[in-house]
Design a protein around this ligand. Structure first.
Ligand code: LLP
Length: 421
């Protein structure tokens, strides 16, 4: 459920007509709903009620400071994967002891920043990385809390580019070598092993892969405890999928996911951490766009819109489906017709949808790409020298620009000229 609904014949974001936002901010832009963000965070929080837990929002999904602060004020921790994300989380008021640091290539500088500013734990991805964390911690006279990310070798049954839990993926250490690597961790100075970490992929639409992975984590917890490791925290990653096509997709609900966690791991008495990103932000955001031209092709019509693959890359990159709706509610029974919906970028890959049924549309009409809140604005680029599009946050009947549209001069003047030119 989200808060982008038709009312009085027009699409609203909470209590604000999105056309009003377009008039004030221009098109295209991203629009987020505070109510949806908070609702999704709370669904996870409630799903783990009765178990000691922390929901660490995977801020890679949408990392605008206003989004982070909204979630931080509701009690969310954060999962970060770079120094930039760490500093964003801190700037949004997240205390260090609610920040977990994931990612396969943490540099010594990133580790230093997190250890100095405070960190709940590093999710270690390899032995060489563990050695560096140990060294930096010693240099700073600190102890680094760590979990080790194990790769359980399960098929997440998702798009290959976002599956991470198979042995051929670059993530984590093979679960079969876990004992050895935990023994190394225990022998290195400056480290404190606190638990196990596991993340098998993103946009999972079934519970089964989670179940297989968590059963392996449960088994490993007992095996490591038997070797004397104090495993008291389990970071179970993110990955729960969302419905992108409302008509025919119904992935498991957070409450079912929470129950699975309790069923597979509850008996261990560990503190549970989860790192959802997409489910919190995905359906909390839309990308608003305007039709520039309707172009009749030989065998199809094209809607050429003012947003493009540089603004929302998911369709080009993952063949991802996003529902696209007209901002003016179609009259009941109006005949839909198929359009290819494309951006102005000079690549055929700049196609958002093929033969998508839409009500008849004209130049100047507004449309909205649904489910664009996660991995939308954060993956945008200025390809074709198209400035990044603004972000807007709605809260009830108010809205605010949370990232302004840069001017062309701002974009151009970021470049600097060598003295010989
Ligand atoms: N934790 C770790 C260690 C991750 O690598 C990720 C996502 C998450 C948590 C959050 O997963 P989520 O709950 O959002 O599924 N750009 C792609 C998705 C990449 C996901 C990368 N890692 C897309 O647009 O579909």
């Amino acid at each position: 459920m989200d808060h982008f609904l038709y009312r009085d014949g027009a699409l609203y974001a909470e209590d604000v007509p999105v056309a009003e936002i377009a008039a004030a901010v221009g098109s295209p832009c991203y629009i987020y709903s505070t109510a949806t963000l908070l609702r999704h965070f709370r669904l996870f929080d409630e799903a783990l009620e009765g178990t000691e837990h922390l929901v660490c929002y995977a801020m890679k999904a949408a990392s605008n400071q206003a989004i982070l602060k909204t979630l931080a004020q509701a009690g969310a921790g954060m999962d970060v994967v770079s120094q930039g994300e760490y500093l964003r989380a801190k700037a949004a008021g997240v205390p260090g002891d609610k920040i977990v640091f994931s990612g396969v290539g943490k540099t010594a500088e990133e580790i230093r920043t997190a250890l100095t500013g405070g960190i709940r734990q590093f999710n270690v991805e390899s032995e060489p990385e563990m050695v560096v964390i140990s060294r930096v911690a010693q240099e700073l006279g600190k102890t680094a809390p760590i979990t080790i990310r194990v790769n359980p070798d399960v098929d997440a049954k998702t798009h290959a580019k976002i599956a991470t839990g198979k042995s051929e993926n670059k993530f984590g250490i093979p679960i079969s070598r876990a004992k050895e690597v935990y023994a190394l961790a225990a022998s290195l100075p400056g480290l404190e092993v606190v638990g196990i970490d596991c993340h098998i992929g993103s946009q999972l639409t079934e519970l089964e892969p989670f179940k297989l992975a968590y059963e392996k984590v449960a088994e490993l917890t007992e095996a490591l405890r038997a070797e004397g490791h104090n495993i008291r925290r389990l970071d179970l990653g993110g990955g729960l999928g969302i419905p992108y096509a409302r008509s025919n997709e119904a992935p498991p609900l957070p409450v079912e996911y929470g129950q699975l966690i309790k069923d597979t791991l509850g008996h261990l008495g560990c503190e549970i951490e989860i790192e959802p990103g997409r489910l919190i932000a995905g359906n909390a955001g839309i990308m608003l766009s305007k039709v520039i031209y309707v172009k009749s092709g030989e065998d199809r019509d094209f809607l050429i819109v003012d947003s493009a693959m540089n603004d929302l890359i998911r369709p080009a990159m993952y063949e991802a489906h996003h529902d696209i709706v007209a901002v003016k509610e179609p009259a009941p029974g109006v005949e839909q017709r198929p359009y290819d919906i494309v951006g102005p970028v000079c690549e055929t890959g700049d196609t958002f949808a093929k033969a998508r049924n839409m009500p008849p549309l004209e130049a100047g009409d507004l449309i909205a790409f649904r489910s664009a809140g996660a991995y939308g604005a954060v993956m945008a680029s200025e390809y074709n020298s198209r400035p990044l599009i603004p972000e807007v946050l709605v809260n009830g009947n108010q809205f605010a620009v949370i990232r302004p549209r840069p001017s062309f001069d701002e974009m151009i003047n970021r470049d600097t000229m060598p003295e010989w030119l």
